[in-house]
Ligand binder design. Structure first.
Ligand SMILES: NC(=O)C1=CN([C@@H]2O[C@H](COP(=O)(O)OP(=O)(O)OC[C@H]3O[C@@H](n4cnc5c(N)ncnc54)[C@H](OP(=O)(O)O)[C@@H]3O)[C@@H](O)[C@H]2O)C=CC1
Ligand SMILES: O=C(O)[C@@H]1CCC=N1
Length: 283
């Protein structure tokens, strides 16, 4: 029996649980061959209102707690904990009386932006293993891009478990911890940036007479298709060249985008979000 407890079950906790439940339902036997697939789930929140929402979402599948005391009990009954409170809340959640004890020998998957492995270790017993992970809200529909950074004390089995859990809700990539703030900007914040681009393309379509709903679908599916071509190995420059007929409409549109500094604006957005992410763990 493996217990999985979400410490801080808000936007991300719910998205991840939704994806993990769907993934378990599909039961890819090959992917879960060497994994202790969780069969007991717990969610810890602060307010009753949130608990009611979780109850509505997952019916009886998740044991819910709203007090420090119950949180500690749920943590003690679990083998793996997903730490998904706000970065500033880590001290409160992990510092609850009895929590450090309850987490001894357990695996913590922390998705807290800006909260380093060292700063988490200061709040935990040496026997608690940590993997930092940066997923995104597309976990809910099992299309997350999640970056994994195992702490030195994480075992191979821990990494296999994390890869199983997060591959089930999208793609994973292992990177060193020094790159997790940039990954936070790209993957964690990324849906907001891409959604802004979808909105901007939609605005353009609406301006040119396409009704909003249709314009939005055209923009979103074009993003999905282009992303898939890149993931299947096509270089973005080739995609761009293939589309750009000499003296055609694509190159004229591209030049207008370049006049607006689209590339450096987007790249600087990632740079800025990376800098902000690196400070989020400092309270
Ligand atoms: N939002 C995103 O797109 C992404 C966020 N992240 C990271 O995920 C983490 C969570 O973000 P997000 O889901 O947006 O935040 P939310 O505020 O939606 O969720 C935080 C949750 O923590 C709970 N909580 C707060 N204090 C306690 C406590 N003392 N005991 C138990 N539960 C507690 C809250 O409960 P209640 O609701 O009752 O207050 C809430 O459910 C952050 O650290 C963020 O950096 C990572 C990738 C993407
Ligand atoms: O904006 C934030 O702080 C969080 C972290 C990554 C995505 N959202």
């Amino acid at each position: 029996m493996t217990g999985f407890c979400v410490l801080g079950c808000g936007t991300m906790g719910k998205a991840l649980l939704t994806g993990i439940f769907d993934s378990i339902k599909e039961q890819d036997e090959q992917a879960s061959k060497n994994i202790s697939v969780p069969d007991k789930f717990y969610a810890c929140v602060k307010f009753v209102q949130e608990a009611i929402e979780i109850e509505k979402l997952f019916a009886g599948d998740v044991g819910i707690s709203v007090t420090d005391e119950e949180n500690v009990q749920k943590a003690a009954a679990s083998d793996v904990l997903l730490l998904s409170c706000k970065p500033q809340g880590a001290e409160d959640v992990l510092g609850a009386p009895g929590m450090k004890e309850a987490l001894k020998g357990k695996l913590i998957l922390s998705i807290l932006a800006g909260k380093t492995i060292d700063s988490l270790k200061n709040l935990l017993d040496d026997s608690t293993r940590i993997i930092r992970i940066m997923p995104n809200t597309a976990s809910r529909i099992r299309e997350s891009m999640s970056v994994l950074c195992p702490a030195p004390n994480a075992t191979e089995a821990d990494v296999e478990f994390a890869e199983w859990a997060f591959n089930g809700i999208g793609r994973t990539m292992k990177l060193p911890e020094k790159l997790i703030d940039a990954s936070t900007a790209m993957c964690g914040s990324g849906p907001a940036f891409v959604a802004t681009m979808i909105e901007a393309m939609t605005d353009g379509g609406v301006m040119m007479g396409i009704p909003f709903a249709q314009a939005q679908e055209l923009a979103a599916q074009t993003m999905v298709g282009t992303g898939q071509m890149v993931l299947q190995g096509q270089h973005p420059a080739k995609i761009r060249n293939d589309v750009s007929t000499p003296a055609g409409c694509t190159i004229s549109g591209l030049l207008a985008l370049e006049d607006g500094k689209i590339r450096s604006t987007i790249a600087r957005g990632i740079e800025q979000a990376t800098k902000t992410a690196s400070g989020l763990g400092n309270n």
